[in-house]
Design a protein around this ligand. Structure first.
Ligand code: TXA
Ligand code: MG
Length: 333
């Protein structure tokens, strides 16, 4: 069991990345930055390391994990890419895109990591620390967001510690992540190519490369987190990313006792009575808003408000992923 570890935090550099890679190869758990959010990495080929990872996150079930690799060549050892998957990988890797594709025969990833499915989620991250780490490990690394199951994803090393201190070996600290929401997940399984989770790569960019709209998944969309979804319906939990405080979305005024999560230049009516206040982006920039989303939610969650009032965020570009996370965080639970 991982509880009771002394979790070290080290500034990411050549030496500490090398040490982190050795820890992973030895079966340890290492949180590291990607351009989207911090991930909790384990050797994807080591079933007991993967089991330890689920336990460290206090994940109630074995929802499948994303295998991170350093390039498309390494990805081909894990999975079969159809035409669409091939085109998307070429266009957007390294970057905030995860592809769910058919597992290759002889794929070395532990069955526990894919929850026994015959598909696998694969991603090549762009963050230089993630890239150096993956190159040094030389094996696929599974990495869910490095938060306690059900919590907001971490965009800073301190968020990782707040959730996982004492349960993992190491946090590689490289400051705040740039994208701030998780990767976009696209399923490319030879049938329709579907958007499973909106994320850091806007839908429009993907559709431009495909030359047609993405299909909607058959049931509900995949969850951006990894809670009680079970193996048969991975990533389909509506409520997650839960701040403890209730969220009121689309707020155009502020009521007594509320904290304010603002967007854009114009404050809502009654903003001056908010008991705490953060702005996703004063200039109304969706890229900036995505990068601030989770750290502002964490900050406001700690303010002791009854409710966090969230101003409307336009549903375009990264706004689709932002609204998806906000809706899930606001879902009753
Ligand atoms: O940006 C990200 O994607 C971050 C960084 C660390 O890479 N990772 C991340 O992982 O968000 P996680 O475990 O928090 O979310 C992965 C999602 C889950 O909802 C899971 O159900 C889904 O991917 N998933 C994984 N394998 C799948 C599969 N074979 N089919 C469908 N969904 C899958
Ligand atoms: Mg997650």
């Amino acid at each position: 069991m991982t509880a009771g570890l002394a979790t070290r935090v080290l500034t990411a550099d050549t030496e500490t990345i090398g040490a982190a890679a050795r820890l992973i190869v030895d079966g340890g758990l290492v949180a590291f930055p990607t351009e989207t959010v911090y991930g909790l990495g384990a050797d994807a080929t080591n079933g007991s390391a993967v089991a330890k990872l689920y336990a460290a996150k206090r994940r109630p079930s074995f929802n499948p994990l994303i295998a991170h690799v350093s390039d498309l060549a390494a990805a081909r050892a894990l999975a079969r890419f159809d035409n669409d998957a091939e085109n998307l990988a070429m266009a957007f890797w390294p970057g905030p895109l995860t592809l769910v594709v058919a597992k290759a025969p002889g794929c070395p990833v532990a069955d526990l990591a894919t929850a026994g499915l015959d598909t696998i989620a694969v991603r090549v991250p762009a963050h230089p620390v993630a890239r150096d780490l993956l190159a040094a490990v030389g094996r696929p690394v599974v990495a869910p967001s490095a938060n306690r199951s059900g919590h907001v994803s971490p965009t800073k090393a301190e968020h990782v510690l707040a959730d996982l201190a004492g349960r993992i070996d190491l946090v590689l600290d490289a400051g705040a992540t740039t994208v701030g929401v998780e990767s976009t997940i696209v399923g490319a399984l030879g049938r329709a190519t579907v958007l499973l989770r909106p994320g850091g790569l806007p839908r429009g960019d993907i559709e431009r490369v495909l030359g047609r709209p993405l299909a909607e998944p058959p049931a509900r969309t995949a969850s951006a987190d990894d809670d009680e979804d079970g193996m048969l319906a991975p990533g389909m939990l509506a409520s997650h990313y839960a701040p403890r405080t209730r969220l009121r979305l689309g707020a155009i005024d502020i009521r007594a006792g509320e904290a304010l999560l603002a967007f854009g230049p114009a404050p809502p009516n009654g903003a001056e009575q908010a008991i705490a206040r953060r702005s996703l982006s004063e200039r109304g920039d969706l890229v900036e808003a995505a990068s601030n989303l989770f750290s502002h939610l964490r900050a406001l969650d700690g303010a002791g408000a009854a409710t966090i009032a969230v101003m409307p965020v336009p549903h375009e570009g990264l706004g689709e992923a932002i609204n998806d996370r906000l809706t899930r965080a606001a879902a009753p639970r």
